[in-house]
Design a protein around this ligand. Sequence first.
Ligand SMILES: *Cc1c(COP(=O)(O)O)cnc(C)c1O
Length: 334
Amino acid sequence: MKNLPHLKIAHLPTPVESLPRLTASLGGPKIWVKRDDQTGLALGGNKTRKLEFLVAEAQANGAKTLITAGALQSNHCRQTAAAAARYGFDCILVLYPVDASGGSEDRLPSLSANLLVDRLLGAEIVLTRRAEREATLDQTFQAAWAAGRRPYLIPYGGSNPSGAAAYAVAMQEFLAQQLPVDWIVFPSSSGGTQAGLVVGAQAFGFQGRVLGISVDETTETLKARVASLATQTADLLGERFTFAAEDILVNADYVGGGYGVPGPGERRAIDLFARKEGLLLDPVYTARAAFGLIDLIRKGFFAPEERVLFWHTGGAPALFADKYRDWLSQPQAD
Ligand SMILES: *Cc1c(COP(=O)(O)O)cnc(C)c1O
């Protein structure tokens, strides 16, 4: 695999830890966690790895301003703002509410959690509606360009081939940690994490399977997105692999009310990981993937002798968002 230019931002390798009390309580396969919630950049998460490659590309292009977009509580936007601050870029975030409780489209809601951190990191915030996000992003980019701010556009979730390449390298890092596992389970949304992992799995000979739990998309949409991105990522890395939708393992049974709308399954997952292992999950991504993992174990999807790695992608800052306060303050659903 080609070595692409990248910055050294993340604290790597992220640790791998066993989860014996969680394993015992579920009575299924042995479970480990890979701590990409601890990548170190302004509260960490999976976007730090992608930004090592994306910000290097922005520098190489002579950019002065990083522009990206996401939900009001986007972890990707928070980490992009932090990387911008650290490397001396301006940062413009195009943000939108994802549901009625996320605030109105015309007025910024109270600053909490990721949105508060965006402000502290000095990002400029442009508010839009979800349906208009493409148009607003385009206008924002054009305006920055016209103003001589040399903007560089980072895609949603940092998921283009350069960002996804970071997760091919992450797979290499995990294999060097010498923990043989049969499954890697994690939340999948814009698809860059999964695309990179499958490219790395192929390039470095990972023997297990890579299962993305969909956060918000149908199986069909996510498989097609990941396959296409994985093929492009392999190409960027100088590998001749191609991926078809049927090569990509996705489970979309846990999307429930959709993006940013967690339910009782996510709540039980948050409580279980916290109480058994002192491990914090986030309401949007990792709790949904953990809900899937727990449910699949209960249904006997994994053989008892199999080993499962839960790849923790971060996001716990969203636990402190106003929009989840009431939901998290209630006693557990069961
Ligand atoms: C962005 C994000 C994901 C999803 O990763 P993709 O590469 O977009 O599929 C998962 N977990 C957390 C915490 C995230 O912020």
